[in-house]
Design a protein around this ligand. Structure first.
Ligand code: PSU
Ligand code: MN
Length: 308
């Protein structure tokens, strides 16, 4: 048993991979459930353009009609940005393949598909992690366990302070996921430049990340690399606005007794509403910043391949 994997790369992505040119995977749950409509479609297009501006080929990842996809057309991006698209994590993939379904992919599912497609570098906004109160609820994103098993390099601005950042870093350590501060020793907390949590390792540039990727491969390690890329302090969300919005959104999620995959989208949406869109401006800035760095890493990675 075990049939052919229904995985389709766009022609442009397939050509780039065959020629050893840089490709950056982009996550789609940030489009479907992480950003409000209609800004999300504008953002999805802009994210692809930013990868191109950085000299790489964009591969937005999703599942459409029972097929894993890496690289979407514009009408397909519209489908991801539309209402009612499912949020798919890794364990959902076999089920949607079986029933011919469609959905946007989380960091976990995107990592899995990118790896199957032969793509090594991937950009997102923020990772999922260990939720506050996880000691009671066991709510920990499958992003963490999946990154422990898939050798992709994901550029993010850390995890949001809606999560338990210290516990998230402990879990990444246990799972063997490499965490590199990109020009920083402090793990960022998404909207904020810092979090108070120190990192063991700092790299200065894309070539430094590519060198760690090469070392990981040479060792035969399977875990992923988290590149923690903070916004500069002058572009972060105002910390007072941040703290107030966070407190309110967490209290509302508690009252609403949410669980499972609804929790993260609820918190993200409420924080945009509570901050009157200010968090959205910063969110988009973060995604752009991460995509630019991911493109540089993808370029450095292909240059390293050619040098060997
Ligand atoms: N954090 C963000 N923005 C996002 C997400 C997380 O700052 O859009 C999305 C990502 O797709 C991530 C997912 O993989 O939420 C994690 O969801 P969960 O906690 O249900 O695993
Ligand atoms: Mn969860």
């Amino acid at each position: 048993m075990g049939g052919r994997l229904p995985l389709r790369r766009s022609p442009e992505v397939a050509d780039a991979l065959a020629d050893g040119r840089p490709v950056v995977a982009l996550e789609s749950t940030i489009i479907s459930h992480g950003l409000p409509r209609p800004d999300n479609l504008v953002a999805a297009r802009e994210f692809e353009q930013l990868v191109r501006d950085g000299g790489a080929v964009p591969a937005t990842v999703a599942v459409l009609d029972g097929e894993l996809r890496a690289g979407l057309t514009d009408p397909e991006l519209e489908r991801i940005a539309a209402e009612d698209i499912a949020k798919l994590s890794v364990r959902d993939l076999p089920v949607v393949l079986a029933c011919g379904g469609s959905g946007a992919t989380t960091v976990a599912a995107t990592s899995w598909i990118a790896d199957r497609a032969g793509i090594r570098v991937f950009a997102t906004g923020g990772l999922g992690g260990v939720h506050r109160g996880a000691a009671d609820t066991f709510d920990e994103s499958a992003d963490l366990t999946t990154l422990g098993r898939v050798p992709v390099t994901v550029v993010s601005a850390g995890v949001k302070s809606i999560l338990d950042i210290g516990a998230t870093l402990e879990r990444l350590e246990t799972l063997g996921v490499i965490v590199l501060g990109f020009g920083t020793e402090e793990f960022p907390s998404f909207w904020l430049t810092g979090s108070g949590h120190r990192l063991d390792w700092r790299v200065e540039d894309a070539a430094g990340v590519a060198a760690v990727m090469a070392g990981r491969d040479a060792l035969g390690q399977q875990a992923g690399i988290v590149v923690a890329n903070p916004l500069p302090q002058e572009r972060q969300l105002d910390p007072d606005i941040h703290d107030a919005a966070l407190t309110q959104a967490l209290a509302e999620a508690d009252t609403a007794r949410l669980s499972g995959k609804e929790v993260t989208p609820f918190l993200l949406q409420r924080i945009v509403e509570i901050t009157g869109g200010e968090s959205l401006r910063v969110n988009l800035d973060i995604a752009r910043n991460n995509i630019a760095v991911a493109a540089r890493i993808a370029v450095a990675w292909t240059e390293l391949g050619r040098a060997q």
